[in-house]
Design a protein around this ligand. Sequence first.
Ligand SMILES: Cc1cc2nc3c(=O)[nH]c(=O)nc-3n(C[C@H](O)[C@H](O)[C@H](O)COP(=O)(O)OP(=O)(O)OC[C@H]3O[C@@H](n4cnc5c(N)ncnc54)[C@H](O)[C@@H]3O)c2cc1C
Length: 393
Amino acid sequence: MQVNTLILGAGAAGMMCAAQAGPSTLVIDHAKAPGEKIRISGGGRCNFTNMHTDPARFLGANPHFHKSALKRYTQWDFLDLVDRYKIAWHEKTLGQLFCDDKATQIIEMLRAELTKAGAELWLKTSLVDLDHDGTHYKASLDRDGTRHTVTARNLVLATGGKSIPKMGATGLAYDIAKRFGHRLTETRPALVPLTFTDQRFAPLSGVATPVVAQANGTAFEEAMLFTHRGLSGPAVLQISSYWTEGDPVTVNLLPHTDLAQTLKTARTTHGKRNVTTALGDVLPERLVSFLADDLPLDGNVADLSDKRIDDITTRLKHWSLTPSGSEGYRTAEVTLGGISTDRIDSKTMMSRDVPGLYMIGEAVDVTGWLGGYNFQWAWSSGVAAGQAIVASS
Ligand SMILES: Cc1cc2nc3c(=O)[nH]c(=O)nc-3n(C[C@H](O)[C@H](O)[C@H](O)COP(=O)(O)OP(=O)(O)OC[C@H]3O[C@@H](n4cnc5c(N)ncnc54)[C@H](O)[C@@H]3O)c2cc1C
């Protein structure tokens, strides 16, 4: 079988690319269904983009690489597509756009676009062998137990990153890119809960509170959730992308309260209240009890000296915690790092060294913040490659 383009991976980026690159495009995936991560994303409602998409909200060794693709296929372009398919959506918070109903609507939309473009999708299909003679790629495929040989002028690597191996994540894109001489940057789990070996927060499991979490000079103001094994919630998932093992995370538990002033005023207005009761006005009670052992927080507000008020304020606004690790790829939403962008053309996503080899989506060293940014990168990079393939045909 001969095709113009063979795409490895029918996830967000691969399907979007096929919708642009077809006809004479074959997309393969070893899974039984396409877009499995889309299906489970956003609690089943898919946070498909973010209104505030901006290159500064992406991490990667080259902070400029992703600008071109994001500029040429924007969040508004994807929203137009969603609207054309009459998929109802809403903004949840911070520009995050979700389906009103089901994430599967996005998968159905991409499948329809792919079919409309004349591309073909083979599921339960794995790559067995791959050759390149300088102009064509020859792939040996196993489609549900049957061997096929496919020759293609273009090969697109869209098999994603390492997160959630249980859902079929493999390092295939990395292996092929490396084989063709591309460098890989260090990879690690990102948008992932952070853990503490002593499980010190187990008594607080389930408590959530708004915080500012900061690591290595970057801060996020969102909710933090205590878990049996450590810390989670959007603030911690976001900061995990900036955190490396051994670094402290500084948490401001009271970002919008002038605690020192509040306690000093309370000394005269509500002096007979327990300190823990007073703090219960501004923090979850279970968290106050937990902190009370450590700080300590005994006695009445009237008995607090200025120095103790300052000590308590410093501890609650600059709580320094050093996680021992993260929950790893088992639960990470994304993989930080990947195929280095240094030998990829940012306009076309094609290799600068190997003609017809394209790399898109999470496999590439571009990682977005939590909140729809990673899908936007998948859409934008997929479109960039798809359009470049059409232009070069
Ligand atoms: C639980 C969870 C929730 C998420 N929620 C959101 C969200 O709401 N918003 C957001 O922006 N991002 C979210 N993400 C991140 C987002 O899913 C990814 O960034 C995005 O799917 C990456 O797209 P991709 O096409 O590069 O890779 P993927 O979507 O992972 O697609 C890769 C495809 O390649 C296939 N594949 C892998 N290896 C092989 C192989 N060896 N042979 C054949 N096929 C192979 C896989 O089966 C898969 O279909 C979430 C991630 C997770 C895990």
